[in-house]
Design a protein around this ligand. Structure first.
Ligand code: SAH
Length: 301
């Protein structure tokens, strides 16, 4: 599954981000904004403010091991005020996600901790905290904040085999790294995160985006996520960020008993499904809500 075509040693698996944290951190030239199919444009209409009063209620984000702030207190004044402004809009984004129905404080805390604007090309960064998916190049998108939070919340929910509410997840797999945003959020809720991307330039973009965050419990892999990562399985949670007509069998097999897989399923009309492995050869499936993601495709490019 590793990148057999590249001579770049760093991209062999597993790729600890700490191994790429040096070097010049400038992003490559941003792709021009293009109209793309929307990822995860489920418009959470239930913004009724029923469950939480806002981000202030979110649990403080647990720092993943090795996480270091990208910005230091000694940053220049202009940069500091920019940072404070981005923190304020991020808090507002999290408050909105909570009003849309996400209740898990750990997930909300993680969303508050990850600087979403760092994952979006500069020309679009003013839109980083709106409730929408945005283009990241190669006809792909960064998912809408609400759906990122909702999927992680659904994955974390207790099961009969793992009844502990708000449990700390061990090993988690994401299919579809894209720009790396959801992988960064996941690194706050699980001990180990693996994320696979099939488009080489996006895998590279995610590495560039994640480098300044110095997240040491996240491994990025270039490959076909439909095959999963059998050498690392079983996983305590799996999230697909792209929609197939069905969930690949290999991924179901790599789920630990009692764990959840959360995936969009369908073509034009899609639904978010949660599959729970309840035995060695027994899985249960439930439909959570309607959604819209970019397609899951086989192979690598
Ligand atoms: N997780 C991203 C969403 C990226 S969009 C976020 O944080 O916003 C979905 C991604 O899935 C795209 O980058 C697409 O290239 C990727 N993808 C589609 N099929 C895939 C496959 N079989 N294996 C790995 N990645 C895949």
């Amino acid at each position: 599954m590793s990148d057999g075509h590249s001579t770049d040693k760093r991209s062999t698996f597993p790729l600890p981000l700490s191994s790429v944290t040096g070097g010049a951190g400038r992003k490559p030239a941003a792709p021009a904004p293009v109209a793309t199919p929307q990822t995860a444009t489920r418009n959470a209409s239930s913004a009724t403010g029923t469950s939480r009063s806002g981000a202030a209620a979110a649990a403080p984000a647990p720092r993943p091991p090795g996480y270091a702030q990208a910005h230091t207190p000694s940053a220049p004044v202009a940069q500091r005020s920019e940072l404070m402004a981005s923190e304020a809009v991020r808090r507002a984004m999290v408050a909105r996600v909570a009003r849309q129905g996400v209740k898990d404080g750990v997930v909300l805390g993680a969303m508050e901790a990850v600087p979403r604007h760092l994952f979006i090309e500069p020309a679009l960064s003013a839109q980083a905290y709106i409730d929408a998916s945005l283009p990241i190049g190669h006809n792909q998108t960064i998912s809408q904040p609400y759906i990122v939070a909702r999927m992680i919340e659904a994955m974390r929910e207790a099961t009969r085999a793992s009844p502990q509410e708000g449990r700390q997840l061990g090993r988690v797999l994401e299919i579809g790294t894209g720009c790396g945003y959801q992988a960064a959020v996941l690194s706050f809720v699980a001990r180990e995160v693996y994320s696979i991307e099939r488009i080489k330039p996006l895998h590279e973009l995610a590495k560039t985006n994640l480098r300044p965050l110095r997240i040491s419990n996240l491994r990025l892999q270039y490959g076909d996520g439909m095959l999963g990562l059998p050498q690392v399985a079983p996983f305590d949670g799996i999230i697909l960020a792209a929609a197939g007509l069905e969930v690949p069998r290999a991924l179901l097999e790599q789920l630990a008993i009692g764990a959840h897989l959360v995936a969009p399923v369908g073509a034009q009309v899609q639904r978010l499904e949660r599959i729970t492995r309840i035995g060695k050869s027994e899985w249960a499936s439930e439909t959570l809500e309607a959604c819209h993601f970019v397609p899951l495709r086989p192979g690598t490019i």
